[in-house]
Write a protein that binds this ligand. Structure first.
Ligand SMILES: NC(=O)c1ccc[n+]([C@@H]2O[C@H](COP(=O)([O-])OP(=O)(O)OC[C@H]3O[C@@H](n4cnc5c(N)ncnc54)[C@H](OP(=O)(O)O)[C@@H]3O)[C@@H](O)[C@H]2O)c1
Length: 326
């Protein structure tokens, strides 16, 4: 693995260039502000009547309608939700300058064909490995978030330099940049979202909570045991790795982990993980995402209201009330 940092990266490819950030959500806000604070000429491109315009302006950023922002920029970063990239690209394509660079923070739209960029465009990816809020916070603390980068198409001969200078201006080069590809980033990211951190872990926490409650344990104690300790473990793993985490806990907890972990994560679970990876690679998830957006998010709306009404959420709110009163 070749990890690049600031010292390896020439900032010159962004000198005198204008970057249009399309979308001012989680990533758009963080990236626009980090670039701006790094001295880059940034314009935020928003749709007419956007509720984000006032916030972006109040932060000292230039804003413009999508088509004007795109037409004025050398580099255009698509930072709106992935499921609308096809529609959004169609809207902005006529306004893209000849030979501009088109950037993404996720490989999905290129890997699964949501966007087929015009032949004259450079196409690159800088994908910070974490949420925009953390990308911004780390930057303001003088630190940076690790990122993957890739070049899908280099028409100008400068695409690699642009991608790296862009990642540097985000602050990611303070920690490190790993070369990847749109396909690798998209497949690994979608797999993790479903099978591990965003899908698997919360489902495991809830299943543990429900098992304890069904076994007669009070919801509040079940919550504290199964969910309340997650941050402590996450912090330990982040600081010391899984091996170091094991050494930092009691022998009782460590033996429980050694005996219980393999019973839960057995071969059947690993087989289901492999199924998820295969489905991701076959494009099934990308198709589901696009259909969900087209249909107005029925599955997400249902899941959100079920989560708010769940026993685990009720236990959390009760405990929060106790914390507030104490
Ligand atoms: N979330 C993360 O931290 C994260 C981490 C790594 C990579 N990424 C990638 O970064 C990209 C952006 O994700 P995100 O989570 O930051 O998106 P997001 O917060 O959902 O993006 C919201 C922004 O998109 C704009 N938008 C939505 N629909 C639009 C439309 N039809 N036309 C024009 N603008 C529209 C919104 O405009 P209004 O302001 O007008 O509502 C808003 O400014 C994605 O490719 C994602 O995979 C995200």
């Amino acid at each position: 693995m070749n990890m690049l940092t600031d010292a390896d990266i020439d900032p010159a490819p962004l000198a005198g260039k204008r970057v249009a950030i399309i979308g001012y959500g989680n990533q758009g806000r963080a990236q626009a502000l980090n670039l701006h604070d790094s001295g880059i000429d940034v314009v935020v491109g928003l749709r007419g009547g956007s509720g984000s315009a006032a916030q972006a302006e109040a932060s000292g950023l230039a804003i413009a309608l999508l088509e004007d922002a795109v037409a004025s920029a050398d580099i255009v970063m698509l930072l709106a939700p992935d499921e609308i990239h096809a529609y959004l690209y169609h809207e902005i394509e006529p306004h893209l300058r000849d030979g501009a660079a088109l950037g993404f923070s996720h490989g999905l739209s290129i890997r699964f064909g949501f966007v087929e960029p015009r032949a004259d465009l450079d196409v690159f990816m800088v994908a910070p490995k974490g949420p925009g809020t953390a990308l911004r916070l780390l930057y303001t603390e003088g630190k940076g978030m690790i990122a993957l980068w890739a070049v899908e198409r280099d028409v100008s001969g400068n695409a690699e330099g642009i991608a790296l200078a862009y990642a540097r201006a985000l602050g990611c080069g303070r920690t490190g940049l790993i070369k990847s590809s749109f396909a690798e980033e998209a497949e690994a990211d979608l797999f993790n979202e479903q099978a591990v951190v965003w899908g698997g872990v919360p489902a495991l926490l809830e299943a543990g909570f429900e098992t304890l409650v069904a076994g007669g344990v009070s919801p509040e104690v079940a919550f504290l045991e199964c969910i309340g300790e997650l941050k402590l473990i996450a912090d330990l793993i982040e600081a010391r790795g899984i091996a170091g985490m094991r050494e930092a806990i009691s022998n009782t907890a460590e033996l429980g982990a050694v005996l219980g972990g393999p019973k839960i994560v057995d071969q059947a679970l690993r087989d289901r993980m492999a199924d998820i990876l295969n489905e991701v690679r076959a494009g099934k998830f990308a198709e589901a995402l696009r259909s969900e957006g087209d249909a107005g998010y029925p599955l997400l709306d249902k899941a959100r209201s079920e989560a708010r009404a769940s026993a685990v959420e009720q236990a959390r709110l009760k405990l929060k009330g106790v914390e507030r009163r104490s």
